[in-house]
Design a protein around this ligand. Structure first.
Ligand SMILES: [Cu+2]
Length: 342
C-alpha cells in the first residue's frame, strides 16, 4: 500500500508540474469511490456535487462565513450558537487519484470560517463523532477552561460546549489540540475565526485563504501545498475580482512541518495588518508566515487582467500553492466613482 502510494505521489509530481498557459486538457467527468461526481482535467479536481457534504469546493469555501444562530441575551449581548462536529474517518480525493484520510470539522478541511463581532458570545456545541479524542482550541482571549487543551472530548459522540466572548478583533485560527498535535493538524482539524470590530471595516470583497500542506505518505514532509486545500485549484479557477474594488483577504498559515510559508502577489502591493488586531499596516507584496501566523491583506487592482499569487518558496508553489486573480474591468464602477468624485 505504501509502495502504491509513493508510486502515485511520485507520478503525480510529474503530472502536477505547473503550467501557466491557458491551454488545459479536456476535462473528464467521473464518480469517485465516495460517490461524488467530479470533473478533472488530469491536473485539478473540479467538483460537480451530487453528494453535498462529501467533497470540498474551494470556490464555496473562499467567501463563506458562518455567523451562527443568533439570539440576544437578557443583558442585550448577541449570542452566536454553532454546532461543530469532528470526524476522522473521511477519505477525500485531494487531487486526481490522490486519496487522503482527512480529519474534519463539519466535514471539510479547513472547517467552517466562524465569524462574530467583538464582544458577542460565541457558543459552540462541539460533538466528537470521531474515533479519537479531539478538541477545539481557539486562538484569542478566553477563560482557561475554554482553551480546548486540558479538556479532551472523547470520540463516538463526546460533547463539550465552548463559550466565550469574541475577542480580540482580528483573524485567528482554531484547531484541535490533542497530541500528537502535528497529526491532528496535518489531517485537517483547523479553521478560521474572524472577530469583526464593532465599527465595521469598510465594505470590500472579502475572502479567506488558509495555507495548508498535505503529507500523503506520512514521512513528516508535505507532498502538496495549497491555498484552501486543493493544489493548483485557483490557478485553474481564477478568483474573479473587480478592478478598483477593495479586496480583503483573511490569510492564515496552517502548514505543518515546514518552518515558514509566504505569500507574494503579482502586479500590485497590499496593505498587511498582522493578526488583524491593529489599524497599523505595512505595504508590501510579500509576507512570511510561520504556522498559525495570520493577518489581513487589503488591495485594489487598477489594471484588469490575470495576476498570480503564490508562495515565493518555489517548492511550495510548484507543489500546488499557486493561484490567479482575474481582475475584471469594472468600468461601470469607475464611471460611478467618477460621477461621485470619489
Ligand atoms: Cu484531534
Amino acid at each position: 500500500m505504501i509502495l502504491l502510494l509513493s508510486l502515485v505521489v511520485g507520478f503525480s509530481a510529474i503530472v502536477f508540474f505547473p503550467s501557466f498557459s491557458d491551454a488545459e486538457s479536456e476535462p473528464k467527468t467521473f464518480v469517485t469511490h465516495s460517490g461524488a461526481v467530479v470533473q478533472t482535467s488530469g491536473e485539478i479536481i473540479d467538483p460537480l456535487y451530487t453528494v453535498s457534504n462529501v467533497e470540498f469546493d474551494p470556490d464555496e469555501f473562499l467567501r463563506n462565513f458562518e455567523y451562527g444562530r443568533v439570539s440576544i441575551s437578557e443583558s442585550g449581548q448577541t449570542i452566536r450558537d454553532y454546532t461543530i462536529i469532528a470526524e476522522d474517518d473521511r477519505v477525500q480525493e485531494i487531487s486526481p487519484g490522490i486519496f487522503f484520510n482527512v480529519w474534519t470539522f463539519n466535514g471539510t478541511v479547513p472547517g467552517p470560517t466562524i465569524r462574530a463581532t467583538e464582544g458577542d458570545i460565541v457558543r459552540i456545541n462541539f460533538i466528537n463523532n470521531g474515533s479519537k479524542e479531539h478538541t477545539m482550541h481557539f486562538h484569542g482571549i478566553h477563560p482557561a477552561g475554554m482553551d480546548g487543551v486540558f479538556e479532551p472530548v472523547g470520540g463516538n459522540g463526546g460533547q463539550f460546549v465552548y463559550e466565550f466572548e469574541a475577542g480580540p478583533v482580528g483573524v485567528h485560527p482554531y484547531h484541535c489540540h490533542i497530541m500528537p498535535l502535528e497529526e491532528h493538524i496535518v489531517r485537517g482539524l483547523y479553521g478560521v475565526f474572524i472577530v469583526d470590530p464593532k465599527e465595521e471595516r469598510p465594505p470590500a470583497d472579502e475572502m479567506v485563504m488558509v495555507l495548508n500542506g498535505l503529507d500523503m505518505d506520512f514521512d513528516g514532509e508535505n507532498n502538496f501545498y495549497a491555498a484552501n486545500t486543493i493544489p493548483f485549484y485557483y490557478q485553474h479557477h481564477p478568483i474573479q475580482i473587480n478592478a478598483n474594488e477593495l479586496i480583503r483577504v483573511y490569510v492564515v498559515n496552517m502548514v505543518e512541518f515546514d518552518p515558514i510559508n509566504n505569500l507574494h502577489l503579482h502586479g500590485n502591493l497590499y496593505r498587511y495588518n498582522p493578526t488583524g488586531t491593529d489599524t497599523d499596516s505595512f505595504y508590501t507584496d510579500m509576507i512570511t508566515l510561520s504556522q498559525t501566523e495570520r493577518g489581513i491583506m487589503e488591495f485594489e487592482y487598477t489594471y484588469p487582467g490575470k495576476y498570480l499569487f503564490h508562495a515565493h518558496k518555489v517548492e511550495f508553489s510548484e507543489k500546488g500553492w499557486v493561484g490567479i486573480f482575474l481582475v475584471k474591468d469594472n468600468s461601470d464602477k469607475t464611471t460611478q466613482d467618477a460621477e461621485y468624485g470619489t
